[in-house]
Design a protein around this ligand. Structure first.
Ligand code: URA
Length: 268
């Protein structure tokens, strides 16, 4: 288990890496890399889709209208931004707020996985379709999954995944806002379930024993005896062939059906 300071330092190192990232063409159009922000030691993480125009300008996630709604909902459950960590699937703004392309998600997902690995949250709220589909490795839509917590292994750790509608979707449809709010109000209940049971850590490889010299020497002797026996067998075989050749040249060949099976195949 990492301490808060260690987590923060490790996260900073990933931030430095992401900061100069040129892994996909979005680096050409971004203003800043929006790495994510909040408490590196948080139990609860939110994962959105991609930065919008305000986020791109300020370098922080969810600071536009959708972010204001997120703050309000957090407040309703007695939490604030500094209690949680907020990140996105994509760290750079797609031009004109278009959907992220699969190749952009692919090139960026290492940063998100590293964030989850280092923060070790017990609950992850995915916001909307993109983060839900990515973390569940499945195409089931948010409309079928929202508000249902499930234990999922992400990287090496089990977390409680709790999909929610994206706050941006709730800005335009009051019915979606009501669903988001109802699901959001269940977050304390999901957090109270605690850290899920963790999978067995992978076993370290068996140490390689140094060779047993005595056994090795016995094996060598046995091999040498086998060679001698083989050489004797060969000699005997050669004698037998010669004898058989002489006998066959005197006796007529038996009909094909009466011959030894191997002889029928022409092996001798
Ligand atoms: N929408 C997102 O998905 N992320 C942000 O950071 C802002 C809006």
């Amino acid at each position: 288990m990492k301490g808060a300071t260690e987590r923060r330092e490790l996260l900073k190192a990933v931030y430095e890496q992401a900061h100069g990232c040129v892994r996909c063409p979005l680096h050409q159009t971004r203003t800043t890399v929006v790495f994510g922000a909040g408490n590196a030691d948080a139990e609860l993480m939110f994962i959105g889709e991609a930065p919008g125009a305000t986020e791109d300008r300020m370098g922080l996630p969810f600071v536009g209208q959708a972010g204001k709604l997120l703050d309000k909902l957090l407040q309703e459950i007695g939490m604030q931004r500094q209690d949680v960590f907020v990140a996105n699937v994509i760290k750079c703004r797609p031009p004109d707020n278009r959907d992220p392309h699969p190749r952009e998600i692919e090139s960026c997902q290492g940063y998100l996985r590293r964030q989850v690995d280092l923060i070790e949250p017990s609950v992850i709220c995915t916001l909307g379709n993109f983060s839900t589909k990515l973390l569940r490795a499945d195409t089931t839509a948010i409309s079928r999954l929202h508000g249902r917590d499930e234990v999922r292994v992400i990287g090496t750790r089990a977390v409680r995944l709790y999909p929610l509608y994206h706050p941006a979707a709730a800005l335009y449809a009051s019915s979606t806002l009501e669903l988001l709010r109802a699901d959001f109000h269940r977050i304390p209940e999901v957090l109270a379930l605690g850290v899920p049971e963790q999978p067995e850590p992978p076993k370290p490889p068996e140490p390689i024993e140094p060779p047993d010299r005595d056994a090795l020497s016995e094996d060598r002797d046995a091999l040498s005896d086998d060679r001698d026996a083989l050489s004797e067998d060969r000699e005997e075989l050669s004698e037998n062939r010669k004898a058989r050749g002489a006998a066959q040249s005197q006796a007529p060949a038996p009909p094909a059906g009466d011959r030894e099976p191997a002889a029928q195949l022409g092996l001798f």
